[in-house]
Design a protein around this ligand. Sequence first.
Ligand SMILES: [Ca+2]
Ligand SMILES: [Ca+2]
Ligand SMILES: [Ca+2]
Length: 224
Amino acid sequence: MRNPFFLSLLVSFILVPLTSLSQGIPLVGCPTELDGDGVVGMSDLLIVLADFGTTCDVPPPVGPVPVLHFTEFHYNPASVQGSDSDYEFLELYNPDTAAIDLEGWSLTEGLSFTFPPGAQISGGGYLVVTASAVTYSGLGYPVYDWGSGGLHNSGELIAIRAPNGQVVESVTYSDAGDWDSAPDGLGPSLERLFLSGDASSPGQWSASINVGGTPGATNSLWLD
Ligand SMILES: [Ca+2]
Ligand SMILES: [Ca+2]
Ligand SMILES: [Ca+2]
């Protein structure tokens, strides 16, 4: 019995060039033109036949990188709350309905932290990364400790990267110019107001109405 795959292959090698010639228009980017001579011909067919029946490892399809947003920076807690090394945090938000496996995701530029195996952010959920996980743990949201370093009180660039290195979002916050300066040591955190547009625009951010901000929860002045 004739192999139907082989027959369809022959038909494609014969009909495709005939169709092309009959129209007088060369095909662009012919997937069956394998030997680089610009013609789909017998030599291409022999290349296929040489590998006929081979089992191939096909890499799994690469899906789009999920989206995460920075929604809060508590970069200079007031001294009445405590030290920066105990109370600084940043907050991330997952706008999708599905959870995201964060193993291998990293905070870069102003911080250097890679999420460990098992790290996850739930759909529509928040997580907190802080200088001191002890301060914010046990409060009903995931908390990770970024280790050494901290958030500069005058502002800096912080980025979140997917495991492939792609920057998913970056924010350059500040305490100067059009930026609200109250988060710089007066008590409130710096909260995101909405998610569309440039994340580094001062118009996207405002001082929280809460001393200490809203770690792991919807922001106090959320406008989305
Ligand atoms: Ca700080
Ligand atoms: Ca401080
Ligand atoms: Ca918040």
